[in-house]
Design a protein around this ligand. Structure first.
Ligand code: NAP
Length: 202
């Protein structure tokens, strides 16, 4: 029997950028995680910007961006589940899959996402179910004013990551203005954005 520590990095990844990768690496280091599963959201439940990339292209960009790191993998659970993405379903599906694949093994689970998103967690579907299944980690850039998610002490941790000065919104805006995105996103992601003409101004 082995015991693992597994991070689940949830996000739209529209597109994935170096801030996400540094954040996952930093959290993996600080929390001694064996692996981090990136889980791109499926259908956006609360928003859909006009120039959003499709779930399949967000998944593909995430696979390309994480390919070089043996600690990182990408899961399709949120892409393949019909309907809006709820984190309690993400964790339930991943934990059920882990139990089927490794019936003898145990794991501690950590759900990682942007601190802004996590600040709303009490309003998400089944917050108690989320907290039973994972420790929450909110990543944020230094100096960003944090809202208290209103959770019991010990159920969530906030981690500052300087590279999160990069944001997907800014990357999309730069593409629309014809500005360079080199060094903000991995080269393979920049190539996919160019090839599929993502985020271009209408
Ligand atoms: P979002 O509202 O698009 O993002 C809010 C902020 O958090 C943005 O600044 C964003 O920066 C940042 N962020 C998002 N994911 C991040 C990550 N993995 N690492 C670092 N920063 C991140 O949030 P979202 O992407 O839609 O949702 C984030 C996660 O929360 C997803 O897994 C989603 O399924 C989950 N969620 C669940 C519920 C629910 O269960 N009801 C509701 C909302 C969200 P970037 O744009 O640069 O990433």
């Amino acid at each position: 029997m082995t015991h693992s520590r597994i991070g689940v990095m949830g996000g739209s990844f529209d597109p994935i950028h170096h801030g996400h990768l540094v954040a996952a690496s930093e959290v993996a280091h600080r929390f001694s995680l064996d692996r981090v599963l990136f889980s791109p959201t499926g259908q956006a439940w609360h928003k859909q910007s006009a120039n959003a990339a499709s779930p399949e292209l967000r998944y593909l960009m995430t696979v390309v961006a994480t390919a070089g790191d043996p600690r990182f993998d990408v899961t399709r659970v949120d892409i393949d589940r019909p309907g809006p993405t709820y984190t309690v379903d993400t964790l339930r599906d991943l934990q059920a899959g882990f139990g089927r694949a490794h019936p003898q093994d145990t794991a501690d689970w950590f759900f990682i996402t942007g601190a802004d998103a996590l600040a709303e967690v009490v309003a998400w579907r089944d917050p108690d179910g989320i907290l039973e299944r994972a420790h929450l980690i909110g990543v944020t850039r230094p100096g960003h004013v944090l809202r208290d998610p209103g959770l019991a002490a010990g159920s969530a941790t906030l981690v500052e990551v300087p590279a999160l000065a990069i944001s997907s919104t800014d990357v999309r805006a730069r593409v629309a203005r014809g500005e360079p995105i080199g060094y903000l996103v991995p080269d393979g992601v920049a190539h996919l954005i160019a090839k599929h003409r993502l985020y271009a101004a209408p």
